[in-house]
Design a binder for this molecule. Sequence first.
Ligand SMILES: *[C@@H]1O[C@H](CO)[C@@H](O)[C@H](O)[C@H]1NC(C)=O
Ligand SMILES: *[C@@H]1O[C@H](CO)[C@@H](O)[C@H](O)[C@H]1NC(C)=O
Length: 440
Amino acid sequence: MVKSPSSRMQGGNGLFYPIIGFASCFAFVYMSFGDLWISYDGETTLSFVERNGTHFMVDGRPFYFNGWNSYWMMDHAVDESTRPRIGAMLQAGAKMGLTVCRTWAFSDGGYNALQISPGRFDEKVFRALDYVIAEARQNGIRLILSLVNNLQAYGGKAQYVKWAWEEGVGLSSSNDSFFYDPSIRHYFKTYVKTVLTRRNTYTGIQYRDDPTIFAWELINEPRCITDASGDTLQDWIEEMSTFIKLIDNKHLLTVGLEGFYGPKNPKRSTVNPEFWAADLGSDFVHNSKISTVDFASVHIYPDQWSHNQDFGYQLKFVSKWMLSHIEDGDKELKKPVMFTEFGLSTKNKGFDPSQRDKFYEVILEIIYKSAKRKKSGAGTLVWQFWVEGMEEFNDDFGIVPWKRPSTYKLFTEQSCRLARIQGVLPSQKEHLKKLCSQRW
Ligand SMILES: *[C@@H]1O[C@H](CO)[C@@H](O)[C@H](O)[C@H]1NC(C)=O
Ligand SMILES: *[C@@H]1O[C@H](CO)[C@@H](O)[C@H](O)[C@H]1NC(C)=O
């Protein structure tokens, strides 16, 4: 969804925001011990996530997961005053038995930019990304790192087009020229290569060699409406995924699709939320089938995609949408299918928090059943979690999970029941013992 923090420029004035409760003890520890607090050797050893046909594998066993999105991590790791939020969130996730977090590994132009201009990076912000990865490793959380935004938040493809225009090499002012302009493709490749070959200043490990990274995501929610046939986007995905595999063949790769079916897929287009969804220049099956794409990704936003539908209708849509994509994964793609974002907006007419619980429950249940039957539905990443004291970065979808016991219970029970099917990762052991003991 639109992940534009409401008051982005204020984000840097973190010093002036009160950091309360939970986060404050972390802040204290950091101020007292600084970097000594973190010891990155030994202890947590993670292995690479692999794929065998329609499921992921960790340490030779099938891996189905329960996870979340916190897009804001790198941004908040730049400033010392807000940096403790990263550890607080990752540790809270680990305590819930969660194993995967998706976050932004991009910020193009603008405030706290990682890439200041094409190929120019801010070392301070790169260190912030290093920090996020090192903290994730420390907490046994694997990261899905997204490399650019289709939307405007944090620069996105519009920023690349603007750069090309400013440097006098741009072919077009269309934001979709991000996908077809050779100069912009070159910009993006330079960016990607720099990130993948970055050596983490905390751990000493190059990103491309770091098993903390579950996978790379090419682009968040790609749409190319100027070519509804889908050929332009398809060509871009082929080129960029091949390029990434040349630099890094250890990590898995996904596109970052919302999951809409395009015009080449008339049989499936009735599953789309509405007619417009077929005309966005993307196609779930066609795009995900590319051999250099290891798994498929899908988002779930029934309230944003079809208007004037009641909640009962939305829940039915969710089931149909998920089961259709899981079936594609099993039969057509023979790859895992990951539900990388799902959310329900607080701005909906008649919104009630209990609706969210119901919505989450339907989604988690489908993945549980998929895991039980070894189907391609591989896991879920809720949009989005955050910690106390950062209200100004919330969008209409965010929650502090431990603030609402019924929601907290839904997610922790999912961790427990997935663990009962597939066993426990070493990094989860202690937390799950506490979490699931009553029923183990
Ligand atoms: C991969 O999956 C196939 C079919 O499910 C199974 O027979 C094979 O043993 C698996 N390979 C590994 C390395 O687990
Ligand atoms: C490109 O995207 C930006 C940001 O969303 C927008 O302001 C601009 O008008 C778009 N350019 C064109 C040519 O549509």
